[in-house]
Write a protein that binds this ligand. Structure first.
Ligand SMILES: C[S@@+](CC[C@H](N)C(=O)[O-])C[C@H]1O[C@@H](n2cnc3c(N)ncnc32)[C@H](O)[C@@H]1O
Length: 284
């Protein structure tokens, strides 16, 4: 099954098997070490997320949003758009190649190199921020409850009271079969990239999902596949609710799904899968 994704690059591949040729030269690698390919696939349609985030700022924050921050910012596909729109920006990511890519683009566009290499479970910001966002499952890279808690505490500490954290992730539904596979494709000039993700194992006891990921790269000079495997921590809606409650600093203001429609809030329940939590930092 192919499932929905917040980013809408040029097309959603209709059949993974027909578009997954077995003959491509294949290398093992960390997909996040290839920011140019990542950014082509996931940065192709930034607008829906960007507009939704601005709608959240407007609808849910009690402060004027001037300074925004993205934990796990990756290539900064959204950060650069916020800089273009006049916001002060900052971000952090574990991957130095993604951070270089992000900062080089900011540089080229006349902005400060605002992304730093670091762990989103252990960071602080130089100045208080008004909003933070983390939209496509990066939070689930944090493997343990302790890391997840530390991350939320770091965000809470960085935010001004009344500021918001927009956090998007796939929950494990307990009432329906979870979706297992997705595939996206994008093209720029002579370069085309097809990305595949497929779940290979899900251990709900250990709260660990194993996901195969690949990029198929097509350029005039080379066609090859980069293959990777990542682990995501799993969350049912109740586990997520418990975690947020235990942090004690945030109110869940509203939830949405990955269609990013601010006029269509979501009641999170056992069948929920793609969820965007809008968390507001409580007044002191
Ligand atoms: C799915 S990508 C999302 C990137 C970006 N937020 C976006 O929307 O395009 C996940 C990112 O999380 C980063 N990441 C994983 N664990 C991290 C951690 N503990 N601290 C900071 N970044 C982390 C990876 O390096 C990768 O860039």
């Amino acid at each position: 099954m192919i499932f929905d994704h917040p980013s809408q690059p040029f097309f959603l591949v209709e059949s993974v098997s027909t578009l997954y040729p077995m003959t491509l030269e294949t290398i093992q690698g960390n997909l996040y070490d290839y920011p140019k390919y990542y950014d082509l696939v996931y940065g192709s349609d930034w607008k829906a997320e960007f507009d939704f985030l601005e709608d959240c700022f407007e609808k849910h924050a009690d402060v004027t949003i001037e300074r925004v921050y993205e934990p796990a910012c990756g290539t900064g596909r959204l950060l650069v758009k916020f800089a273009d729109a006049g916001y002060q920006i900052g971000g952090i990511d574990l991957n130095p190649k993604a951070v270089d890519y992000c900062n080089d683009r900011l540089d080229r566009n006349g902005y400060a190199r605002a992304a730093t290499v670091g762990d989103m479970a252990d960071f602080c910001t130089a100045k208080p921020i008004d909003a933070a966002f983390n939209t496509i499952n990066s939070f689930r890279h944090l493997a343990t409850e302790t890391q997840a808690r530390r991350h939320l505490e770091c965000v809470a500490k960085a935010l001004r009271p009344g500021g918001i954290y927009v956090l998007g992730l796939h929950l494990t539904p307990t009432e329906i079969e979870p979706m297992q596979e997705e595939s996206w494709s994008a093209r720029r000039g002579n370069l085309a990239v097809i990305s595949h993700l497929w779940v290979t194992d899900c251990d709900l006891q250990c709260r660990r999902e194993t996901v195969g990921m690949s990029f198929d790269i097509y350029s005039p000079t080379r066609q090859f596949r980069i293959k990777d495997e990542v682990h995501f921590r799993t969350y049912t809606h109740l586990q997520m609710a418990d975690l947020l409650r235990s942090i004690g600093t945030f109110d869940v203001t509203e939830c949405y799904d990955f269609s990013y429609d601010i006029s269509n809030p979501l009641e999170v329940g056992p069948a929920s899968e793609d969820v965007v939590y809008v968390l507001k930092k409580r007044a002191l």
